[in-house]
Design a binder for this molecule. Structure first.
Ligand SMILES: [Mg+2]
Length: 349
């Protein structure tokens, strides 16, 4: 890509994550909505891919649009929809499916012509169930899982929206859908097909919705183990944004390799300054970073923090992927964490 081109010029569609990218809880991520408006104004499609199976797409779109980003219900691709699409491909039209989840699961099944059956339906309806779609649902009770276990014990197809172990809430981490999958799996000694991030079906549904080729589609997200690993598994480029939960030290400690590292979505509209290597030094923009043994020496110059981070990560990842001991790279990675912490208006209040 020529350096006078914006990053987004290389793509026709964006698969955008939500929490940590467009909003954080109830707050907008600075610059995100304006950047997405500018992306869409260039003729690039944007869909929002969410592992949240409990909310219906219209509700998600309303929240996104209220922040000023372009979004209609049709722009939201949920893990519940990916699960319903999977079952629609396997079952006869109109088949009854146990909706073990919230409204998002029920609506997704209806939208593909399957008949959702709730766990407390009468026995005649439950007897017709041909498969189970499991997503997070706050209203689910112990007896609902017992009903699901009884149906699944006969060998019915079992699809789960996502397997996130935890669900972030304002006070901390609550059990996520993955924990409720484990609950059933422990009893059943089998596991479901999972369709949400980091598994490819949600990305395939997003590509269908966008109508773009995988080589011309970019996935954007803040979580390495879901958004970035998922994009790689689906064979599409990824942009890791630093406005969410994962930090440079998480990248160095794990296996993920994002195609791009962005300070925020606004970086989609700039030329991408990729880090380059010069012997033991890495450069990005006017930033220079030198690896001295396992130590990282930062020479930021007047570079933006994200450029220092790109150069630093390139140095550390070269060592990581060359088989270097990860714990010895931790100090350097944490130095990048602190640089971001000091620089970014990450938390407006
Ligand atoms: Mg996220």
């Amino acid at each position: 890509m020529a350096t006078d081109e914006t990053l987004i010029a290389g793509y026709d569609g964006v698969v955008c994550d939500l929490d940590g990218v467009v909003y954080r809880g109830a707050d907008a991520v600075p610059e995100a909505a304006d950047a997405l408006q500018a992306v869409v104004a260039r003729g690039v499609g944007v869909v929002y891919a969410t592992n949240n199976a409990s909310r219906v797409p219209a509700e998600v779109a309303e929240q996104v649009a209220a922040l000023g980003a372009p979004a209609t219900a049709g722009d939201v691709v949920s893990s519940a929809q990916a699960g319903a699409a999977r079952l629609a491909a396997e079952l006869q039209p109109g088949s009854a499916v146990l909706a073990l989840g919230g409204d998002g699961v029920v609506e997704a099944l209806e939208a593909v012509g399957l008949q959702p059956v709730v766990p407390d339906a009468d026995q005649r309806e439950l007897d017709r169930v041909a498969a189970v779609l499991q997503g997070y649902g706050k209203q689910l009770r112990v007896r609902d899982f017992e009903t699901a276990a009884r149906l699944l014990s006969t060998g019915l197809p079992w699809v789960a929206s996502n397997d996130d172990a935890t669900l972030p809430l304002p006070w901390g981490q609550s059990p996520g859908n993955g924990a409720y999958i484990d609950l059933l799996a422990g009893a059943l000694r089998r596991r479901p097909d999972v369709v949400g991030k980091p598994h490819p079906p949600l990305y395939r549904l997003a590509l269908d919705r966008l109508g773009t080729k995988s080589a011309r589609t970019l996935a954007v997200g803040d979580r390495l183990s879901t958004d970035i690993d998922g994009a790689a598994a689906a064979g599409i480029d990824s942009a890791w944004v630093l406005t969410g939960v994962d930090r440079p030290s998480d990248l160095v400690a794990g296996e993920a390799s994002p195609t791009y590292v962005l300070g925020s979505l606004a970086d989609l509209l700039l030329p991408y300054a990729a880090p380059t290597r010069d012997a033991d030094a890495w450069r990005c923009g006017s930033a220079r970073v030198v690896m001295d043994g396992d130590d990282l020496h930062l020479e930021p110059g007047d570079a933006a923090a994200v450029e220092v981070v790109r150069a630093g990560l390139a140095a550390l990842l070269a060592r990581r992927d060359g088989g270097g001991a990860r714990d010895r790279l931790r100090d350097g990675a944490e130095e990048l964490d602190r640089l971001l912490e000091a620089d970014t208006p990450r938390d407006p209040g």
